[in-house]
Each structure stands twice: as C-alpha cells, then as structure tokens.
Design a protein around this ligand. Structure first.
Ligand code: NDP
Length: 295
C-alpha cells in the first residue's frame, strides 16, 4: 500500500523511449523513488540527473520497487523481459503500458498471475508531452485491487480510468479509440489533398474542416442509440443510407478527375453499397456496423 503523505512511493520504469522517459520524469517530479532501466543506458542518464535511481539490469529495476511500469516498443519485448526474470516477479505489480492487442494483454496477464504477481494493462490516450496533465487519458484494466492500492501512481500520470478486470479491455478501448482517430485523420487527409488540387492550402482549409467535424460529431450519440437497439431508424432518419451511397459516388468521381487517389474513400463506398443491398437503405448510416460485423 502506498504512503500518500510522504515521498516513499517506489516505482520502477522499464523502457525509457519517448513515452517511458515522459512517465519516469513525471514520477521523479512527484517525488517518487523512481528506479529506471533502459536497454540503451544513455537514456537513463538525463533521468538520473533529475533524481532517478539507475538500474544497470532489469533485475535491479524489478528488485527496486513493488510496482514495475513497463513501456517498451511492443509485446515481443515485454515477453522477452518478463520471461528472463520469471523467478523474480513474485509479489510485484506489473503495469504494462506498451501498446498491443487484447489477446496479447490477456496472455501476459495469465503469465504474470502464474508467476504470483498482479497485472494491470494500460492504454495511453496521450502523447508524451501530455503525461502528468489531466488531458492525458489513460485506460487501465486487470487487477482492480492493484489499481486501487496504487492509485496515486496512476493518478500521477494523468486522468486514470479503470475499465474492468478483463486485462484485454484497456487495449480493446485503446485500439477502438485509435480506429476512430485514424478514420478522422484519413478523412482529413483526403479532404486537404482534394482541395490542394485547386491550390487551396491546408492551413486555409483546416479551420473549415474543424467546424464541420465539430458539427458532425454531435450526431454520434444518436447513432449510438440506434446501434445498441439494432434499430437504424430509431429516433428518426434525416440522411438515409441510400442517399449517402448515392452522393458518395461524387466524392470518388471528383477525386479521380482532380487526379487524386481514392484509397481512403473506396472502402466506405463498398460498405455503403453493401448496406443498401442488404436492405438498410432507408435507415441511418449506423446500419453499417452490420456490414462490419459480417464475415
Ligand atoms: P520508442 O521507440 O521511443 O521507445 C521504444 C522503447 O522500447 C525504448 O526504450 C527501446 O529501448 C525499447 N526497446 C525496443 N526494443 C527492445 C528490446 N529488444 N529490448 C529492450 N528494449 C527494447 O517508443 P515510445 O516510448 O514512443 O513508445 C513506447 C510504447 O508506448 C509503445 O508501445 C507505444 O505504442 C506506446 N505509446 C506511445 C505513444 C507516443 O506518442 N510516443 C502514445 C501512446 C502509446 P532502446 O532505447 O534501447 O532502443
């Protein structure tokens, strides 16, 4: 259990890339006794100068604290590091903030539990400069007890949200949120490329895109209700799927004739057409979840 009234909180950070370093920095600033390890030792030096305790081996980092935060490139690296220290993890809390899939998270969680430690998986919805600020939204799942016992550590990194005991959930939410982000960025990139063919600068067009996306985002709760009810006309339809499928063709044709590729747009056209074919034309665009669920 953490002592919240002094700086005796101990935490180790394994992996000092851009994200791991940002995490360690925030712990040091908070006054935690922060032990750091990185494969390339040079990345530890700046943190040691700020007050971190240098670990020359992973074993030292594990031995240094009850809570071990791992933030490395991918799960292959996580697995290698943990596997090598199988015998030294008993009683520790492993917090894995490395990006991965729900399946990878569940597998590591089981392995950690089999080695008498507790596991928390995390999904960081932030970039390194945001770490430590309330805007850094971090999702956690796995051991609820370990999360509650070490809440101070999680709260230090940003706004912590525990979403469930299934260790795969944080990663599932993380990847779903990233999907929404990539969809938006893909649409944005197509939009600015399209107007660029008439020498309109992205900087000029972007505020208009932002206003449009702000307006469109308002429709999401309405679509969500329809999706949860599997009723794609629930609450009324003002822009039906058939109309969307018809006008979408214009995006593809205009893009082609302006000389740009439709790589980002074509998959949406396929989904819209399939939705109409399957009889969802009079409903809202929310019906496309049915097309996505179909194998
Ligand atoms: P970096 O590429 O900056 O750092 C990668 C880290 O992994 C380094 O510490 C590197 O060590 C270590 N590493 C790579 N291969 C090995 C290996 N074989 N053995 C030991 N250590 C290894 O990545 P980030 O810090 O940016 O990202 C870390 C995690 O955080 C990723 O899973 C990423 O998806 C996630 N994340 C990152 C965000 C970001 O904006 N940066 C945002 C949200 C999540 P070395 O220094 O020796 O190369």
């Amino acid at each position: 259990m953490l002592n919240k009234n002094n700086n005796s909180t101990k935490v180790s950070v394994i992996g000092l890339g851009t994200m791991g370093s940002a995490i360690a920095k925030v712990f040091i600033k908070k006054g935690f006794k922060t032990t750091v390890w990185n494969r390339s030792e040079n990345k530890s030096q700046a943190l040691v100068a700020e007050g971190a305790i240098f670990a020359s081996t992973v074993l030292e980092a594990i031995a240094g604290s009850p809570v071990i935060v791992i933030c490395v490139l991918n799960y292959d690296v996580v697995n290698i590091i943990l596997e090598k220290h199988k015998g030294e993890l008993a009683g520790k809390v492993i917090v894995n903030l490395t990006n991965g899939t729900p399946e990878q998270a569940r597998k590591v969680a089981k392995w950690v539990a089999d080695n008498d430690s507790e596991y928390i998986d995390g999904g960081i919805m932030a970039i390194p400069p945001m770490i430590g600020l309330p805007e850094a939204f971090i999702l956690y799942s796995g051991s609820n007890k370990a999360f509650e016992d070490n809440k101070e550590i999680f709260d230090t990194l940003g706004t912590a949200s525990f979403i469930g005991s299934d260790p795969g959930l944080a990663s599932l939410y993380d990847l779903a949120l990233l999907s929404a982000m990539y969809g938006m960025l893909g649409g944005y990139l197509h939009a600015v490329t399209l107007v660029s063919t008439e020498n309109i600068k992205a900087i000029e067009f972007t505020p208009i895109v932002i206003n449009w996306l702000h307006a469109m985002i308002q429709v999401l709760p309405h679509l969500a209700q329809q999706i949860d009810a599997s009723d794609y006309s629930l609450g009324g339809v003002v822009s039906n799927l058939e109309m969307n499928a018809t006008s979408f063709v214009n995006i593809l044709e205009a893009s082609k004739s302006q000389g740009i590729k439709n790589d980002l747009m074509s998959p949406m056209k396929t989904l819209l057409d399939n939705g109409v074919k399957e009889g969802y034309g009079k409903g809202d665009i929310s019906a496309l979840v049915k097309m996505l669920l179909k194998q």
